[in-house]
Design a protein around this ligand. Sequence first.
Ligand SMILES: [Fe+2]
Length: 353
Amino acid sequence: MYFKQFLHDDTGCASYFVASRQSREAAVVDPQRRIQPYLDLAEEREYRIVEVIDTHLHADHISGNRALAAATGARLSLHEGAEVLFAFNPVADGDEIRLGQIIIQVIHTPGHRPESISLLLTNPLRSPEPSMLLSGDTLFVGDVGRPDFGGAEGALLQYASVQKLLSLPDYVEVFPAHFEGSCGKGMCGRPSTTVGFERRFNPVLQLSREDFLRSTGEVPARPLNMTAILATNQGQADYAWLAGLSAHAGDVPCVQPEVAPAWLAEHDALVVDVREPSEYAEGHIPAAVSVPQAELALHLGEIPKQRDVLVACRSGGRSLASARFLKALGYDRVANLEGGTMRWIEVGNPVDR
Ligand SMILES: [Fe+2]
């Protein structure tokens, strides 16, 4: 067996290259948009990439699944429930994908997304029992994946799926699709773990069922450009250019909330509020327009390039990422509201409801 984990610092994602040393067949799991590293590895090590598998439809980065399958002739597998507009090999719970002697067993683990799967690896040359689990965005190191659609139903499904994975033996090594990033809340940062360690020490798994459902059911803000990314990964639109942008393309100036009203007046600036619509409705900066960060790429036409723009969110994190994204697209007159709407209100500035 050959196994390599790729860690992608720009997205907080992990992808995997699994191969049989005997048959020279390889699978790539959750490939990133930049597929050259997988092709280079296959060539260097003389493997043939014959399987491409995504553990789910990603909402935080553009998948390289179709590009890699097209470049290699590999079969592209997704869970049968995946709603996409392109052809793929549908897999279901219990199905097995073979790479020579290696068995990749599909476990349906809905919750993060309805079509989420985990992949259980057995190498019969070493043992008849499975030894590794590619856990997608179901089980993380020190956390579990957030249900993309949130709510009670997502949390219930995620609870059942995590329990299913915890029934595996302690020694099974766990390799998640994220080591940091927006798909979880409290990932530890380590790139791998074991079922036994998580069962004992994962803080979310120590919660009672009720507390797990409560904490997992809270809907966090949707990630930057989620709508465009998901539509691209479903084959409904093509925002693949998003993957080519550097998140750190340009630093943007910050405006302190104390001086922000005067700055806005002086610059005749437009305030763009990138929080979720429900947050905006609870109170926002007067005359601010609402463009949730998840939908930013779809609404670029509403953001002027020739006018100063102040981007605001709750506490300044989402707005900084959004402002940097706009800067990378050539919006040179964009600034970030430091401390967000929270600080804006704290210093006594006016609020519209
Ligand atoms: Fe995800």
